[in-house]
Design a protein around this ligand. Structure first.
Ligand code: ATP
Ligand code: MG
Length: 436
């Protein structure tokens, strides 16, 4: 036999619940439930779906995210298209592609837009629990809105999604909030930051010494525990904000306060991309070890112009679907059952055309029916019926069919008597199954 191939390291199969898994990754039932919940919430808030390509010109991310970011420096899957020499990249995040698309289609011409998308992102990272090389995000963006109303709307929208999924904010996930101000405020802060880190140069790790020159703000984003003390004592950007930036921040906070949403202001919260300004936020959990950020976002008022569009403000966030579903598993929250309502037991293959006809009528009436296929005795068919999780078995025995009937057996209640139902009149009894 040929040697079987394996998936690329860090890229996972999302398997149906019935397939045993070696790793405890979320199954597709949890995934489906999450996606349905997202659609419900997006509909409620009036956000529209869009889908952009998984591959974009490399220049989009270099220009959009900033050259001195983890993503652009070392995490991108970039390659040269062998057909034409184009420099391409598997998207590491969704915002730049959405902004590119909206500029390309002149989409903001008729006013601002609220958008969402879901899909795979690619980053060449060290794979561990909650960190993969292909992962999935829900991405939400509001383009052309200056805030702070929409900033607050998006944060509350995430809370609404938590509630839809049975997560409790404050207990399972908590919100951290900060303001990055505007570029002149960041410049003044940056100067103070550089002088602080220069005074403690001996304590910096190699990465940070390099960033001191290229992008000192990112030193605050370090994951090195040995650096926590000097990061802790660094000058805080919040102390450099002017009246306008502070007013924006206060307005977001007032809206969250009014909505009864608890949060912590974290002055050291910076985000991994250069394009952020004013509001930034992260939803965190303690239950996933160091991969504790399940959702992060904020305002990026300069990005649209930076990518060649007419200047317009914007705000958005990305939510890591694997991390969130791992958390949901950890909390023991189960997806609603996706089992079929009925399982069709078909003892004689010759009955098939007739059986198919009845099953089609049932499905058209909204009953979910799994058909036994591939033959086999009654005993093995009933075993499959049990394993399917179906509530009912529909038995299409030869005797029943000869009478123009089928038998209905309740698989959950062994004391319920078996009943005969007419084949001709599916519409009359199918609603009873749907609503059971
Ligand atoms: P981290 O600091 O954990 O690397 P990040 O700041 O790089 O996260 P973002 O670019 O803000 O992450 O992406 C938004 C969300 O996507 C994250 O909060 C996280 O939930 C998820 N995410 C990011 N990178 C990965 C990855 N490699 N594997 C799985 N999920 C990820
Ligand atoms: Mg990262």
């Amino acid at each position: 036999m040929a040697e079987p191939l394996r998936a690329v390291k860090g890229m996972n199969d999302i398997l149906p619940p019935s397939v045993p898994r070696t790793e405890r990754l979320p199954d597709s039932a949890l995934w489906q439930w999450f996606e349905a919940s997202v659609r419900t919430v997006m509909q409620r808030y009036g956000y529209q779906n869009l889908i952009t390509p998984a591959v974009e010109p490399t220049a989009l991310f270099v220009r959009g995210l900033g050259e001195v970011t983890d993503i652009v420096e070392k995490e991108m899957y970039s390659f040269v298209d062998a057909m034409n020499g184009d420099k391409l990249t598997l998207r590491p995040e969704a915002t730049a592609g959405i902004v590119r698309a909206m500029i390309e289609h002149n989409a903001l011409y008729n006013g601002p837009l609220r958008l969402w998308t879901m899909g795979a992102m690619f980053r060449h990272e060290k794979q561990q629990k909650g960190r993969y090389r292909q992962f999935h995000q829900l991405d939400v963006e509001a383009l052309g809105y200056a805030g702070p109303d929409v900033d607050a709307e998006q944060i509350l929208m995430v809370r609404s999604l938590w509630r839809e999924l049975g997560l409790v904010e404050g207990r399972d996930v908590r919100l951290e909030l900060n303001s990055l101000g505007q570029s002149d405020e960041r410049r003044a802060h940056r100067a103070a930051l550089v002088s602080h880190f220069e005074q403690h140069a001996a304590l910096l790790d190699e990465d940070s010494r390099r960033r001191l020159v290229s992008n000192p703000l990112r030193i605050l984003d370090t994951k090195n525990p040995a650096m926590q003390a000097i990061v802790e004592s660094a000058p805080k950007l919040l102390d450099f904000l002017g009246a306008e930036s502070l007013a924006h921040f206060d307005a977001v906070r007032a809206a969250l306060d009014a909505a009864g949403l608890q949060y912590r202001v974290n002055p050291r919260l910076v985000r991994g991309m250069d394009y952020y300004n004013l509001t930034v936020f992260e939803w965190m959990t303690d239950k996933l070890g160091s991969q504790g950020t399940v959702c992060g976002g904020g305002r990026y008022d300069g990005l649209i112009e930076q990518l060649g569009g007419k200047p317009a403000p914007a705000v958005g966030f990305g939510l890591g679907i694997e991390r969130l579903l791992l958390l949901i598993q950890e909390l023991g929250i189960a997806a609603p059952s996706a089992a079929p309502t009925a399982y069709a037991v078909v003892p004689s293959p010759a009955a098939m055309p007739k059986v198919l006809l009845v099953l089609e009528a049932l499905r058209a009436a909204g009953v979910s029916v799994l058909m036994h296929a591939g033959g086999g005795g009654m005993k093995s068919q009933f075993k499959r019926a049990d394993a399917s999780g179906a509530r009912y078995a529909l038995i299409f025995g030869d005797d029943e069919l000869a009478r123009g009937e089928l038998s209905l057996k309740n698989l959950r209640d062994p004391n319920a008597p078996q009943r005969s139902l007419p084949l001709a009149d599916v519409a009359r009894w199918s609603s009873e199954l749907v609503n059971a």
